[in-house]
Design a binder for this molecule. Structure first.
Ligand code: ZN
Length: 144
């Protein structure tokens, strides 16, 4: 899908910790192999047991809107033509306690409500440094 915030808007910088999340085309969440704790964003250490035996697992790619704001003021010139747009906090199914901030796309922005079910969709972009294909998770209403 094309990018919600425009092709010239910033893309995430890839690191070893975030590459799975931004390139796999599935919602990859980091789990601790020792205590089964799920955490997002990924890190080098388990936040529950301080272990380092961490691995990514694909989650169902669905979730729930925990919070949402409707943005009416562009904080970056590239966003001006996208107003108004939604920034939402999404909780992931299959990864208790993990949330991500993203956009809810493909609907009238004012229809996004707390509690709405969403599913991941993936925006295609190129990493300007490595040339690698990015598949940036965004969200659409699951009932639509
Ligand atoms: Zn752990």
């Amino acid at each position: 899908m094309t990018r919600y915030l425009g092709d010239d808007f910033l893309v995430p910088s890839l690191t070893p910790a975030n590459t799975a999340f931004f390139t796999s085309g599935t919602v990859q969440i980091q789990f601790c192999e020792d205590c089964n704790h799920a955490q997002h964003p990924p890190d080098d250490l388990c936040y529950a047991c301080q272990g380092t035996n961490l691995a990514f697992r694909a989650t169902p790619g669905t979730g729930r809107v925990e919070s949402a704001v409707l943005v009416h003021h562009a904080i970056h010139p590239a966003l001006k033509e996208r107003l108004p747009y939604v920034i939402a906090v999404i909780s992931f199914d299959g990864a208790p306690g993990c949330n991500v901030t993203g956009n809810v796309v493909g609907c009238a922005p004012e229809t996004v409500e707390i509690g709405a079910r969403v599913r991941a969709v993936f925006e295609e972009a190129k990493d300007p440094e490595s040339g690698k294909q990015l598949l940036i998770p965004q969200w659409e209403l699951a009932d639509a």
